[in-house]
Design a protein around this ligand. Structure first.
Ligand SMILES: Cc1cc2nc3c(=O)[nH]c(=O)nc-3n(C[C@H](O)[C@H](O)[C@H](O)COP(=O)(O)O)c2cc1C
Length: 303
């Protein structure tokens, strides 16, 4: 009896062990499959990916956005990867430097999308960004100068005028300095009218050391390349939102630095003015083809 009892106990112990092993193997296989599917096949998000945004650029806002304010930090609405809005070719073709803006605010949803496109997080393991970066050193710091009544909130109010710093990891804006500095920023940008007439100005600064620490002197050129990527991202996102943007390189560095309260080691490279365009720019395939044909004829490449 005793031995039979012992045998049963052993059998049930082995059985429990086998079941446990099976569960562990099943979990392992499921995890491997998940990694394989997301990495190599991609995941179709289904209907919820076709978001509730409709046409942001046309001023249609999602009904369910709430903006959270914590002390001096604004938690922006989560970035949306909108589908079927504008193709990449359309965004590239319709991108133009726009300097004439309507006297209307952009929305905080639009601002949120612009900032995410500029330098936001698009990879969640290492926190990689929408902009390529040499050695993922991310030398850029993004500030936003917001004028009085220039960024509307869902409740009909406006975002407090001031200078904000964008934190990509928390997708939030921290108020650095309250007040309307649009006119002063325009003066610092050799009085360029569009700087003061825009809804917002993004100021992109470089912290060279983050990149030169790794690449030495060559790091400087990498930083300049990166700011170009970020600038183009704003242009394309603005186009996709039916907004207008222009990058500004002509300004007094130290003056701009003072306006945004930048740290000594932060160096402004670009101001990017963004607003609601008075006119959107469009070009057709036929116009481009006609242009190309004309130049081909000029050069004797076609009859
Ligand atoms: C590095 C750089 C600096 C620029 N600086 C200014 C500027 O200070 N003011 C301005 O109105 N446009 C500025 N622009 C925009 C150019 O004038 C514009 O890109 C050019 O006229 C071509 O027009 P497009 O952007 O519509 O293709 C700058 C562009 C670059 C790339």
């Amino acid at each position: 009896m005793y031995t039979i009892g012992l045998g049963r106990a052993m059998v049930s112990r082995y059985l429990a062990l086998a079941v446990l092993l099976l569960i562990v193997v099943a979990i392992g296989v499921a995890m491997m499959l998940n990694i394989l599917i997301t990495r190599f096949i991609g995941v179709e998000k289904g209907p919820e990916g076709v978001d509730t945004y409709g046409e942001i650029g046309a001023g249609v806002e999602p009904a369910n956005v709430t903006i959270v304010f914590r002390d001096n930090v604004v938690l922006l609405p989560y970035p949306k990867i909108r589908r079927g809005v504008l193709s990449t070719e359309e965004a590239i073709a319709y991108r133009r430097s726009i300097r004439d803006y309507a006297d209307r605010p952009i929305s905080i949803v639009q601002l949120s999308q612009l900032l995410w496109a500029t330098y936001g997080i698009s990879e969640t393991r290492w926190g990689l960004r929408t902009t390529p970066s040499a050695g993922a050193t991310y030398p850029l710091e993004i500030y936003v100068v917001v004028g009085d009544g220039r960024v509307s909130l869902p409740d009909g109010d406006s975002l407090k005028a001031g200078v904000y710093r964008y934190d990509p990891h928390t997708h939030s804006l921290a108020l650095v300095r309250a007040g309307d500095f649009m006119v002063e920023l325009s003066s610092a940008a050799v009085n360029q009218r569009w700087v003061r007439e825009a809804a917002i100005n993004v100021v992109i600064c470089a912290v060279y050391e983050r990149t030169t620490r790794v690449y030495g002197e060559r790091g400087y050129r990498y930083v300049y390349m990166e700011v170009g990527h970020a600038g183009q991202n704003i242009y394309l996102e603005a186009t996709a939102l039916n907004l207008g943007a222009v990058v500004i390189g002509a300004f007094y560095d130290d003056w701009v630095k003072g306006i945004i309260n930048a740290e000594d080691y932060e160096h402004p490279l670009y101001i990017v003015s963004v607003g609601i365009p008075r006119e959107v720019y469009r070009v057709s395939e036929d116009e481009i083809a006609e242009y190309i044909d004309g130049r081909r004829r000029d050069r004797g490449l076609v009859d």
